[in-house]
Design a protein. Structure first.
Length: 344
């Protein structure tokens, strides 16, 4: 009865807003830790496992090239998986795990890399018309908990994962100063080297963002700085609309607008638009793999759905760029999304 009442309230709110999509009790909104679950990180790929996977796929896939763009504070190689059939094709960059404890996006990226190596005729035709760049684990030291500060107060069982790099720098606040070696490598060896036409910056948010009692599985945000070029902003809104439509049709996701817009020039969603005129969106998915704050940590029952959500976000947007349908995307789909609620 409680779920039915929540659903009725949500439907009423959406009808009042003039929106046309129908929300569901999303399958990706399983329980957070809430003091009742032990979160194991052993099932998550380590840096070494990811490196071995990428090298294996690069050797196997004719169209994939693996590039080392730099090293982390602790000396780990930073990888860029490249699918460049024609430099004149439009190019999209997928950036995952700027924050080392936000890992399902990386798992989704690795699944997508495996998918791009399939013999599917549709996939191979797509790769003839779009260039895809993937950084599948940007904050490699934070992802391994190999940092120069204590993580003893973090919650996960097994290795700890942290938002920060080894020197306690938030890489997603370093896109102006570019102090961290990871940030320098991204800007000097990717953003300034390749002509990037679109970008998605993948993250995770907390576990309790909702809309009238129904937990969201993700949230979208376009650049918010007032000096972003209007055409860049329009293309960012179209990219967000394409992602929303492609993932929303699964019937189990529930993606709204991110509720913490910022004009901070040092975050990727603003910095890439301001510095390089790249249309970019922030995509926040529900729940983190580890944190010192319990309401941010998600139980493991939703992992599969969230990995699939990241995969679909990549596949949907790459296909729309490849076939040109992104040009006709309706930015109002993104514009009319309500903001999720921050319920802590």
């Amino acid at each position: 009865m409680k779920k039915k009442m929540i659903a009725v309230s949500l439907s009423t709110a959406i009808l009042a807003s003039g929106l046309t999509f129908t929300p569901v009790l999303a399958a990706g909104n399983g329980p957070d830790v809430n003091g009742n679950e032990t979160v194991q990180t052993a099932m998550l790929k380590t840096y070494d496992e990811m490196s071995a996977f990428l090298k294996k796929e690069a050797a196997k896939q004719e169209q994939m090239e693996l590039e080392v763009i730099g090293q982390s504070v602790k000396g780990r190689d930073l990888y860029l998986a490249k699918y460049i059939t024609d430099p004149e094709n439009p190019t999209i960059l997928f950036l995952t795990q700027q924050h080392g404890n936000e890992v399902m996006t990386t798992e989704g990226a690795l699944d997508y890399i495996r998918h791009l190596g399939s013999n599917s005729k549709k996939t191979q035709e797509m790769l003839q018309n779009v260039n895809i760049l993937i950084i599948p684990m940007f904050n490699v030291d934070g992802a391994m908990g190999d940092v120069n500060f204590s993580l003893d107060h973090y919650m996960a069982s097994g290795r700890h994962l942290t938002r920060y790099n080894a020197d306690r720098i938030d890489l997603n606040r370093d896109h102006v100063a570019k102090v961290a070696p990871e940030t320098k490598a991204l800007h000097e060896n990717v953003l300034q080297k390749y002509q990037i036409d679109y970008m998605i910056d993948f993250h995770h948010q907390g576990t309790q963002e909702d809309y009238f009692g129904i937990l969201t599985t993700g949230a979208l945000l376009t650049p918010q700085h007032p000096e972003v070029d209007e055409d860049v902003l329009l293309k960012s809104r179209k990219l967000a609309s394409v992602l929303h439509q492609g993932v929303d049709q699964t019937g189990w996701s529930f993606i709204l607008k991110f509720d913490e817009p910022t004009q901070n020039e040092a975050v990727a969603s603003n910095a890439m638009a301001l510095q390089y005129d790249i249309p970019v969106i922030l995509f926040e998915m529900r729940g983190m793999a580890d944190h010192s704050y319990e309401p941010y940590v998600l139980g493991q029952k939703s992992n599969g759905y969230l990995i699939k959500q990241a995969f679909l976000a990549m596949d949907t947007t790459a296909k729309a760029i490849a076939d040109g349908s992104i040009q006709n995307a309706d930015p109002a789909i993104y514009d009319n999304l309500p903001e999720q609620h921050y319920s802590y």
